[in-house]
Design a protein around this ligand. Structure first.
Ligand code: URA
Length: 199
């Protein structure tokens, strides 16, 4: 694949591959550190993101920033993007054909960032990226290894806004993530315990 960041940005800005191009205000390209080891993938921009063209600027962005901060991570060390680059009206779930139309953009972003760790935020991302039968309530915080990449998932910040009791579980998942990154940067291999969680 020979696409550059400029190519991807130019294509997304004028994309008409699915009907969301008729209702979006602005497409939302991923943001953050393009050399990050950690890539966060959520489902689709919300209404606020649609207005600003930037991912996670609304209330779910505030939850995400708090989770990152309290687990010792920051936006500067992650790249964050969505499966869909355009806002689905009324925040409905992305449709299959929308996910497929948009997926090449995510592939190019992933290829360019080349992260060691991918964190799916929420069920929609986890089922598209990790496994179609992924159960976020039961499997959040578990790890899957693919090529040179470790994949995990946790609750979507907007699910936490709807049910704040999920916050502590998500915080544990982010803290484990911090440990994995820390271990990796100190040169040791990823390890897994019997529950499939990193040690
Ligand atoms: N929710 C998402 O899934 N993505 C965003 O960018 C914002 C809210």
């Amino acid at each position: 694949m020979k696409y550059t960041w400029d190519d991807i940005e130019r294509h997304i800005a004028v994309c008409t591959h699915c009907p969301l191009c008729r209702t979006r205000q602005r497409p939302v390209m991923g943001r953050g550190n393009r050399k990050a080891d950690i890539m966060l993938i959520a489902e689709a921009p919300g209404a606020q993101e649609d207005r600003q063209g930037i991912p996670f600027v609304g209330s779910s962005g505030e939850v995400l920033d708090r989770l990152l901060r309290e687990s010792g991570l920051s936006r500067e060390e992650i790249y964050i993007t969505n499966i869909l680059k355009c806002h689905p009206p009324g925040n409905r779930d992305p449709r299959e054909e929308e996910k497929e139309a948009c997926f090449p953009y995510l592939k190019y972003e992933t290829f360019l960032v080349n992260p060691g760790i991918i964190v799916c935020l929420g069920r929609v991302a986890a089922q598209r990226i990790i496994s179609p039968d992924f159960k976020i309530t039961r499997q959040h915080g578990t790890w899957t290894y693919r090529k040179n990449c470790a994949l995990t998932a946790t609750y979507h910040p907007s699910a936490i806004l709807r049910d704040p009791s999920k916050y502590e579980d998500a915080k544990k998942d982010f803290s484990a993530l911090f440990q994995v990154v820390h271990q990796k940067n100190s040169g040791s291999q990823y390890g897994k315990n019997d529950a499939g969680r990193p040690v």
